[in-house]
Design a protein around this ligand. Structure first.
Ligand SMILES: [Zn+2]
Length: 90
């Protein structure tokens, strides 16, 4: 949790306004709003079961896995192919 007292106040007010939602990953109770959770229409409350911070952390982790390496290589190849297609068109 942050040491910033203003953020703490915001969190307190948001918890009253939106109600709390427990992140299934870190177990923290956070305000059930889109500032803390991403949207997910498949969930009853329209929010993902893990908080934004945890999702960002797991995305960072995936980046360094072999699967992440493959995805980056694919994106790189796509970018080069698109640029070449554009240069050939003009
Ligand atoms: Zn979390």
């Amino acid at each position: 949790m942050s040491d910033d007292p203003y953020e703490y106040d915001d969190m307190f007010i948001d918890l009253m306004l939106f109600g709390g939602k427990v992140c299934s990953h870190c177990g923290r109770t956070l305000p059930a709003n889109t500032e803390r959770f991403n949207r997910d229409h498949t969930e009853p409350d329209g929010l993902t079961v893990t908080c934004r911070q945890c999702r960002a952390a797991s995305a960072r982790q995936r980046y360094y896995t072999p699967a992440g390496e493959v995805r980056r290589a694919r994106r790189r190849a796509l970018r080069i192919a698109r640029r070449e297609a554009k240069e050939n068109a003009t």
